[in-house]
Design a protein around this ligand. Structure first.
Ligand code: PEP
Ligand code: MG
Length: 611
């Protein structure tokens, strides 16, 4: 189970406190399985918000009224942007979430959308609401039909933006209105926009349940930031729920019980008590060093996407940044970040973390992360296409700009540069030459930099893992990206929910590749880390220790749990576990073996049951 990070979980917010009897409810209990979006438990009345979406007026307008209607639409756009700016200014959520809202403001103000709607009002004489609705539908449909999961996900964003403007046009209040009074509710919706979610408070909202979404969708990210339990992607629920009806939400396991039984409530209460106790214990120990039960130090770093996550990572006990996904500076914007903007952004992270190490990964654009300024052609198989370092080498002027910015930023702390998706030694060598050029240019310009900037590579493609002993001679450090390594080794799209069961990092093929990389690192005295999701799983972390890894990088919120796990296991035990697991033939057997060996000892830290 991943942990929440409340300063101290308070009894007031603990939702499992109401001994309500459900025995007399007429409808049977219904259990719905979704995705664990944000950990924690809640029991309470539901409030269905999806029915509140703004309706669309279909009104034809006369020729004389066209200028007024165009003006009315322009005002609504301005008002919507102003409202969203207000949410940004007053919101309690972090920078990562704010940037989602800022992207919405850009969408609202997008001149193309405005021109299209206004031209429809002019040519078809449809009212502003109607014209906007048509444009939004067309845009959203085009995006939804995209093969690209990132673009398909953006279709919901454009719908939210449309709803937001529509609400202003129709005079309906934006955001979610809960019933008057102090009673907190479990919010149930088809989906929630970041603007809607960020306005929620833990005191009024016990939990969030949405029909759509994944662990990385905006609702889940925001719910975690707000410390509100959430289950997303439960599928159809709105039609199965009567407003006000009680529900039990288990955000740690991703389960929702409508009209829960007495027994389900009792079990959830016990789990909630355990959860609260573990969360507060972990929080208290967050700044202690990570060492195994036998006293071996383990480096636990954070993965970040935005500079403002750096202080949060420190707060959560990170000993450095093991992966800074710099591509996020390029996403959700029409232009490219300049060298200076990049330099300042990276320098800020380095200064925040100094003297700890920051691993700056060069842009991993392509695949499912699209930056419109790169104008990449759409391909049938983007994960195998022009992506990451391949793209950098294809557009060397853009790559050099980023490398120069990184070299300059190195003057502000302890930087190292990490290359994503290296598949062949030639690629690594070509980047090395580009980095040398960037260093020369920075020196020629008389700009300061660190004397040494280690250059390492991600091992996230089977070819790189198989040839790790060759790469380890050239790269100064290696970082294993298990998310992509699993995807490419097992031929399973990492974004495909239906295939998620096949994509296990416990798969023996993946484990053998990792072991080979560790061995290559030892042979050439190169540091090897794991920075994929595998590092944040307690059982997998033990296995990685047993394979010889001493550096793990993960979502900052997982650090406390992994630190605690590590402290309960000795290296000798972890090595013995890896020796047993190395003999096994499938992922399930490996996981079961680890669970048999360690689950009883770390059951409070696991987000899943092994019964
Ligand atoms: C990975 O592939 O495991 C990784 C850490 O990189 P990303 O998730 O950014 O692709
Ligand atoms: Mg990757």
């Amino acid at each position: 189970m991943s942990t929440r990070e409340p300063p101290e979980p308070s009894g007031v917010d603990s939702p499992i406190s109401d001994p309500v009897s459900f025995a007399s409810l007429p409808l049977p209990s219904l259990l719905l399985a979704g995705i664990a979006g944000s950990p924690g438990y809640a029991l309470g009345p539901t409030w269905v918000v999806d029915v509140e979406r703004a309706g669309v007026v279909h009104r034809a307008i006369s020729r004389q009224l066209i200028p007024d209607e165009i003006e009315r639409f322009a005002r609504a756009v301005e008002q919507t942007a102003a409202d969203l700016r207000e949410v940004v200014a007053t919101s309690r959520v972090g920078r990562a979430e704010i940037s989602i809202l800022e992207a919405y403001i850009l969408m609202v103000c997008d001149p193309t959308l405005k021109e299209k709607v206004q031209s429809r009002i002019r040519s078809e004489r449809k009212c502003a609401e109607w014209s906007l609705d048509i444009e939004i539908r067309e845009l959203s449909l085009a995006l939804r039909g995209s093969e690209n999961t990132y673009l398909a996900e953006r279709s919901r964003d454009i719908e939210f933006v449309g709803q937001r403007i529509l609400r202003v046009l129709t005079g309906k209040a934006a955001g979610i209105s809960l019933p008057e009074g102090p009673t907190p509710y479990i919010l149930v919706a088809h989906d929630l926009s970041p603007a809607e979610t960020s306005g929620l408070t833990k005191g009024r909202v016990l939990a969030i349940v949405t029909e759509v979404g994944t662990r990385t969708s905006h609702t889940a990210i925001l719910a975690r930031a707000l410390d509100i339990p959430a289950v997303v992607g439960v599928g159809e629920i709105l039609s199965k729920i009567n407003p006000g009806e009680f529900a039990l939400v288990d955000g740690s396991r991703g389960v929702v019980a409508l009209r829960p039984t007495e027994q389900a409530i009792a079990t959830a209460k016990l789990r909630d008590e355990r959860y609260q106790a573990v969360a507060s214990g972990l929080w208290r120990r967050r700044s202690q060093p990570a060492t195994t039960a036998c006293g071996v130090a383990v480096q636990l770093n954070a993965n970040i996407e935005l500079p403002t996550e750096a202080p949060l990572a420190l707060e959560k006990g990170a000993q450095g940044i093991g992966l800074y996904r710099t591509e996020f500076l390029y996403l959700d914007r029409p232009d490219l970040p300049s060298e200076d903007e990049q330099y300042q952004t990276y320098a800020r992270v380095l200064e925040t973390m100094a003297p700890l190490t920051v691993t700056l990964r060069t842009f991993d654009i392509g695949g499912d992360k699209l930056a419109s300024a790169f104008a990449l052609p759409s391909t049938l198989n983007p994960a195998l296409g022009l992506r990451a370092v391949r793209l950098g080498l294809e557009r060397p002027e853009l790559f050099l700009t980023q490398l120069r910015a990184m070299v300059r930023a190195s003057a502000h702390g302890r930087a190292r540069i990490l290359l994503p998706m290296i598949t062949a030694t030639q690629e690594f060598r070509r980047v090395r030459l580009l980095l040398d050029q960037a260093i020369r240019e920075v020196d020629d310009a008389g700009q300061p930099r660190a004397v040494s900037i280690p250059l390492g590579m991600m091992v996230e493609v089977p070819s790189a893992a198989i040839l790790a002993h060759v790469f380890a001679r050239e790269a100064e450090f290696l970082s294993i990206g298990t998310n992509d390594l699993v995807q490419y080794t097992l031929a399973v799209d990492r974004g495909n929910r239906e295939l998620a069961k096949l994509a296990s990092f416990f798969d023996p093929a993946v484990l053998q590749l990792i072991a080979g990389v560790v061995h290559a690192g030892e042979k050439w005295s190169r540091g090897v880390a794991v920075c994929g999701t595998m590092a944040s799983d307690p059982l997998a972390a033990i296995l990685l220790l047993g394979m010889g890894l001493r550096e793990l990088s993960m979502e900052a919120s997982a650090i406390a749990t992994v630190k605690e796990t590590v402290s309960r296991v000795s290296i000798a035990e972890a090595v013995a576990a890896w020796e047993r697991c190395a003999m096994l033939g499938d992922a399930q057997a490996v996981e079961a073996e680890l669970a048999m060996l360690f689950a009883p000892r770390i059951s409070d830290l696991l987000g899943r049951d092994f019964e």
